[in-house]
Write a protein that binds this ligand. Structure first.
Ligand SMILES: [Zn+2]
Length: 371
């Protein structure tokens, strides 16, 4: 999507390790995610082999660019021993909160980190990557948080910085505040972090902006609809990104912002996230589209498959081809909605539009967030 001469075709980054069923119901992550997207776009005929890149596990040295040595050692120890001393759990939150110790508790997040580093490398000279397994935006240098054992987003941006790319913009549309990424770059005005998230929802931060430090937050009310996201984009977010003049852009379309997601109360359709992507795609010569949250596998896969279509200029079909319907029919979703999924979860990518009135609270946020 670079404006200059022919950029390389978009690359898709996945990892077979995501298929391991390491999370068990009722953990929200006990659903297929990134590789379901891979399978769905392949079934649509949209993924030539040359465009698929398997993430490689990041080295300890690479992880240390953001994480502390003790924390990385704890992750490794947790995987080997399948346990940690209480004091280490307490300090690192590995095996605490909703961050369970599982069979690949080091290798899987370290592979997401490897995918993030690959995303940075593939776009070093310009271009577009889609890495839906990357997007652990809550991770802290020495602490797991919100299902995130690493902060692969921070590692991606740091790798770009190490490659000489200075000005970066990060747009996080996940239902939860992108607190880990904001904190990572709070003292770096060259990295603009923007988060749109449900007000009052965990981690309950992100209530204020600090434009001088490159931090913009839009804590939106429950019921946030397609028209309201379009309003925020036009009135505040796009002007801020343009003013920042980024050399590289990260777009995190958390699928828990969708109305069909069980973990938040926003009412977006996938049309809104697709429109936001179209609006930002030309604003920097490098674009990394990641994943983020998303706990309804049908909603997530259809949204993120549509994102791959948009990045490639493919028309989104009204009806999915039989092979793609077959992929969605194989999905195991442990929640009640998975017993009898509505037909459009199986046969289409596009949600019904979810427009509506733009509430005063949203207009006020746009005013306050205007840089
Ligand atoms: Zn989320």
């Amino acid at each position: 999507m670079a404006e200059s001469s022919a950029p390389p075709a978009p690359a898709f980054i996945g990892a077979e390790i995501y298929r391991l069923p390491v999370f068990r119901p009722p953990h929200p992550l006990a659903v297929p995610r990134a590789m379901l997207v891979r399978d769905l776009i392949a079934a649509c005929g949209w993924l030539p082999e040359s465009r698929y890149h398997e993430a490689e596990i990041a080295t300890v040295q690479e992880l240390r660019r953001f994480h502390t040595p003790d924390y990385i050692a704890a992750l490794q120890q947790a995987e080997v021993a399948q346990d940690l001393p209480a004091s280490v759990r307490e300090a690192t939150r590995i095996g605490a909160d909703s961050n369970p110790i599982h069979a690949a508790v080091f290798r899987r997040p370290a592979t997401s980190a490897g995918g993030a580093l690959k995303a940075a490398g593939l776009t070093s000279g310009g271009g577009v990557v889609h890495a839906p397994g990357v997007g652990n935006h809550h991770g802290r240098p020495a602490r797991a948080s919100g299902f995130c054992f690493v902060n692969d987003v921070a590692l991606l941006i740091l790798r770009w910085r190490d490659l000489g790319i200075r000005r970066v913009a990060y747009l996080d549309l996940d239902a939860h505040h992108g607190d880990g990424v904001e904190a990572a770059f709070a003292d770096d005005p060259d990295v603009l972090t923007i988060s749109v998230h449900e007000a009052g929802r965990w981690p309950r931060s992100g209530n204020e902006s600090d434009a001088a430090r490159g931090i913009l937050n839009f804590p939106v009310p429950p019921g946030f609809n397609d028209s309201e996201l379009a309003w925020l984009m036009e009135a505040a977010i796009l002007p801020a990104i343009r003013a920042h003049a980024p050399e590289a852009l990260v777009f995190l379309p958390g699928a828990d912002a969708l109305a069909d997601d069980p973990m938040a109360k926003l009412d977006l359709s996938n049309n809104a996230l697709w429109a936001a992507l179209r609006a930002v795609a030309g604003l920097a010569p490098r674009l990394a589209v990641l994943g983020g949250g998303g706990y309804n596998p049908y909603a997530l896969a259809r949204c993120w498959a549509g994102i791959w279509a948009i990045l490639n200029g493919f028309a989104i079909p009204e009806a999915l081809p039989p092979a793609a319907v077959g992929v969605l029919r194989e999905v195991a979703y442990f929640r009640p909605a998975g017993r009898n999924p509505p037909s459009h979860w199986l046969t289409t990518l596009r949600d019904p539009a979810a427009g509506g009135p733009v509430r005063d609270a949203v207009k006020r946020l746009a005013e306050e967030g205007r840089a």
